[in-house]
Design a protein around this ligand. Sequence first.
Ligand code: AMO
Length: 440
Amino acid sequence: MPNGMSAEALPRTLAADVPSYVEKSGEAVRISGWIHRRRRLSALTFVVIRDRTGLAQVVVRDPATLEQIETLGEETTVDVVGTVSANPKAPGGVEIVDPVFSALSDPAETPPIELWRPKLTAGLPAMLDHAQVTLRHPLQQAKWQIAAASLRGFRATLDAQGFTEVHSPKLVESATESGANVFAVDYFGRPAYLAQSPQFYKQVLVGIFERVYEVGPVFRAEPHDTVRHLAEYVSLDVEFGFIQDHFEVIGVLRDVVAGMVTAIRSDAPAAVELLGADIPDVPEEIPILHFREALEIAGAPADEPDLAPAHERAIGEWGQREHGSDFVVVHGYPTAHRAFYSHPDPDDPHWSRAFDLIFRGVELVSGAQRLHRYADYVRVLGERGLPVEPFAGYIDAFRYGVPPHGGFAIGLERWTGRLVEADNIREVTLFPRDLHRLAP
Ligand code: AMO
């Protein structure tokens, strides 16, 4: 054992901290992690150890240890005690020599994905089939580190503005977003659904807490295979009361997105660097277009009811060109084509107080001021030919005083997908669920 120390007595050093030993050649050090790669040269073998913070290089020369590591395949977890050696050619300027390896798991089988490569070369289906292993790659971990930092920024921004975090049921009685695209489940012999969004509950909870947010899974039985839709995704929902109009909601959305960006920069700089991700600046005032103007800019017919993906791309380009902004808000979508709970524009009810946020040419957020009077809900459901009864548990709240309110939902995977310029949303989802995939 180097310097006469036992492996147990040495505290663990993380890979990212190994370079800080550059002035301490000859000291004993202990690292723990996965054997990321064994690189065999004629007289020695480099063993790269991976932990949650990065990679560290170990040099093996001793014949008995060389023999031992031949039996420890890549991905075996190990403890390594060795001696620090400054070497300008080693990653971080420091390597570990004269190591003693102790395996912490059975020798790993050859992984189905070649994780030692600087960039994964497997096709997406193979990567997803073996997600348990694929996600170990430093670049894959980095994508989720960006997502995790974003979640911290989301929560921190809202906590600072007096919001309460809530969790609403995911087994529900009625669809929220539309009749289609729900997963039906057998609930003790009764029909029920997996929640498509916490929409109804977050509005009801405004009647209790004034300001709420939720981070949770939502379920959409998407019948199409697209690069931007999942059957289960993480929805970042916000709802708050005592508002004047939807512009106030857009103001909070702006703060939240700025908070997410700040958290990525402060909490995940290594991930950003590894991925070369272009983290956007969020303008003080996000450029905003009325739906009518958006159609014009996108070159779409004036009677188009919604923006198609190509229109969103054109609006994204407009934001860049005219304002140097990666973000554009489009508001005032036609009321008839938005969810029934959307508030119409009081000056012209043909248009709504609903909006979307487009980020780098893709819809990232939907939101709106909502109806808040019971009679309005009864009227709107009637106009849309929807029965009141399945919605009773929701709209009853409005009989007892709910303030004018609004909110929005951000799709987490859309956000990270655009941040790291993923071609497919599945690349930034830990274990994606889609038309064909229910495992791993
Ligand atoms: P909406 O249905 O537009 O609105 O969803 C909000 C945001 O969620 C993301 N998103 C998806 N991400 C991955 N896969 C999907 N299948 C998928 N569908 C939607 C998008 C989208 O902008 N209740 C309203 C929100 C509100 O008004 O507060 C709602 O759910 O980024």
